[in-house]
Design a protein around this ligand. Sequence first.
Ligand SMILES: [Zn+2]
Length: 80
Amino acid sequence: MKSDANPMQRAHAAPRCTARSKRSGVLCKNPAVRGWRVCRMHGAGGGHEAGEANPAYEHGLRSREWVEWRKEISELVRGS
Ligand SMILES: [Zn+2]
């Protein structure tokens, strides 16, 4: 690397938050948290656990496995 390279270059190249302002519609543009598409102000690291631990979990019929499984069955029935 060149000695006169801007040390902030890597920071500026980091992926940006994809959240938009509710009022102005302007992109947030803060650096996104690793593994998230949003910054620390826009919900990165938050959220509930998936599956039965989620407070919205009712009976599991809409869980990922069941939805995929039903999709496979209907594809088999249609013969595609
Ligand atoms: Zn943000």
